[in-house]
Design a protein around this ligand. Structure first.
Ligand code: MG
Length: 383
C-alpha cells in the first residue's frame, strides 16, 4: 500500500521541492492533497499535473480562478479555514508542513491532533507554539520529523548515541551575505542585497531572516522544543560553505555531523522516508572538490537577533510567538521600504521587551501575543 501525503504550502520553495522529491518516490508515496495561501495559478498548475484528490486555497479571492483553471474535479476547499478542512477531510500518513510564517500553524496543529507524521518545514509552528505542539505530539503519537536542514542534521546525528550522553548540539549557519560587513555599512543595506543568499536558494522571508541571522535565532528556539534541549546546550557556529548542516557533541568529545550539498530535497525526503533512505535528486558531495571548510564564532554585535533567539528560548511561554511575529512584521516593513535593515532586530527586541509574558499559554494566548507583537512593530513605524 502506498503512503498518502499532503503538502501544505505547495507553491513555496520547500513545497515545490517536495513535489520534486515525490516524483522520485512514486512507488512508495501517493500525493493526495495540495494547499497554498494565495497563489491560485500555481496551485492549479500543480494540481493539473499531479492530480491529487483534494486542493485547498486559504484566500477567498482566488477561489473562482482556481476552480476555472482545474481540468479535473478534485475536492476543493477555500477560505481562511481551508487548510484545516483539508487535513480533517482527507486521510493521510504524512503532512509536509511548509507554509511560511504563522499561517500554517492551525493546520499543522490539527494534523498533530490527528496523529499524522509531520515533515516540519514550518519552523514557526515550534517557535510560536513549541510547548503545546510537542506536548500534543507526545499524547497523540504524531512523529515530528524536521525538514529544516540544521534540525534534520541534528535529528540524524542524535541516532549515533543516547540522549543522556549529548553534551551540546551545534547549529551551523552560513552567516548570510553580510557576515564580513561593518556595522556602519549595514546601516544602508538595500532589500535586493538582503535577498541574495550566498549558499541556499530559498523564499524571500527566510532569505532576509538569514541575512539578519534571525533565521538562526528562530532555529535556536525550534531546537529547544524539538529536542527538549536546554538553550545553554545549543551552540551556533558560522560555517560559510553550508556543507556541514549541524552537529551533535557527545560526552566523550565525539562530534557527529551530517554533511551534504546545500539542497533542501535531502532533508525533505528524509523526513518523508525516515527511517528508510532512498536515492535523492540532490547532487552528491565532492569533498576533495570543495577542498576546505571554514568555521567562525558568530558576531552578536552585528547580529543582535541571535541574542534574542537565546532570550526567547530561555523564556519559553509566549516569547517565541512574539519573536516570530514581531520579526515577520518588521521584515515586511523592511521589504516595503518603511524601515532599515538594522531596525528589524531593534523593533523585534522592543516587542519582546514590552510584551506581557505568559509562562504556560494556550493556543489563544499565543495567537493574541502574535497579534499584539505585530501591532507593536507597525504602530511605532506609523507614528
Ligand atoms: Mg535552516
Amino acid at each position: 500500500m502506498k503512503k498518502r501525503v499532503i503538502i501544505l504550502g505547495s507553491t513555496g520553495s520547500v513545497g515545490r521541492r517536495s513535489l520534486e522529491v515525490l516524483q522520485g518516490l512514486t512507488a512508495q508515496w501517493e500525493l493526495v492533497g495540495l494547499a497554498a495561501g494565495s497563489r491560485h495559478g500555481r496551485l492549479a498548475e500543480q494540481a493539473c499535473r499531479f492530480r491529487p484528490e483534494a486542493v485547498a486555497l486559504a484566500s477567498n479571492d482566488g477561489a473562482p480562478d482556481l476552480g476555472a483553471a482545474l481540468d479535473y474535479s478534485p475536492r476543493v476547499f477555500t477560505g481562511p479555514n481551508a487548510l484545516v478542512e483539508l487535513i480533517e477531510n482527507v486521510p493521510c500518513d504524512c503532512v509536509v508542513s511548509a507554509v511560511v510564517g504563522a499561517g500554517g500553524l492551525a493546520a499543522t496543529v490539527r494534523a498533530i491532533e490527528l496523529g499524522r507524521r509531520i515533515a516540519l518545514a514550518n519552523k514557526e509552528a515550534l517557535v510560536i507554539a513549541g510547548s503545546l505542539v510537542m506536548r500534543m505530539a507526545r499524547s497523540t503519537g504524531a512523529e515530528i520529523i524536521p525538514v529544516d536542514s540544521e534540525h534534520s542534521a541534528i535529528f540524524q546525528a542524535l541516532h549515533a548515541g543516547r540522549a543522556d550522553d549529548v553534551r551540546m548540539v551545534y547549529l551551523t549557519g552560513s552567516g548570510g551575505p553580510f557576515r564580513t560587513w561593518s556595522l556602519e555599512a549595514m546601516e544602508d543595506i538595500r532589500v535586493e542585497e538582503a535577498l541574495r543568499h550566498p549558499t541556499w536558494d530559498m523564499g524571500p522571508k527566510i532569505t532576509i531572516d538569514s541575512a539578519t541571522m534571525m533565521n538562526k535565532a528562530l532555529e535556536i528556539v525550534e531546537a529547544r522544543w524539538l529536542f527538549d534541549m536546554n538553550p545553554d546546550r545549543i551552540g551556533v557556529v558560522i560555517h560559510p560553505e553550508s556543507i556541514i548542516h549541524s552537529l551533535v557533541e557527545y560526552c566523550d568529545g565525539s562530534l557527529i555531523a551530517q554533511l551534504g550539498t546545500p539542497d533542501m530535497r535531502t532533508p525533505i525526503q528524509y523526513a518523508l522516508t525516515y527511517p528508510e533512505r532512498y536515492p535523492c535528486p540532490s547532487g552528491r558531495l565532492d569533498l576533495a572538490g570543495i577542498g576546505q571548510l571554514n568555521f567562525a564564532a558568530p558576531d552578536y554585535e552585528l547580529f543582535p537577533a541571535l541574542r534574542l533567539g537565546y532570550e526567547a528560548a530561555r523564556l519559553g511561554g509566549t516569547a517565541g510567538a512574539v519573536l516570530s511575529a514581531a520579526n515577520e512584521a518588521a521584515v515586511e516593513l523592511f521589504r516595503n521600504g518603511s524601515i532599515r535593515f538594522l531596525d528589524i532586530a531593534s523593533h523585534t527586541e522592543r516587542a519582546l521587551n514590552k510584551h506581557e509574558f505568559i509562562e504556560s499559554p494556550t493556543l489563544e494566548d499565543l495567537l493574541e501575543a502574535d497579534r499584539l507583537a505585530r501591532h507593536e512593530v507597525t504602530r511605532c513605524v506609523a507614528c
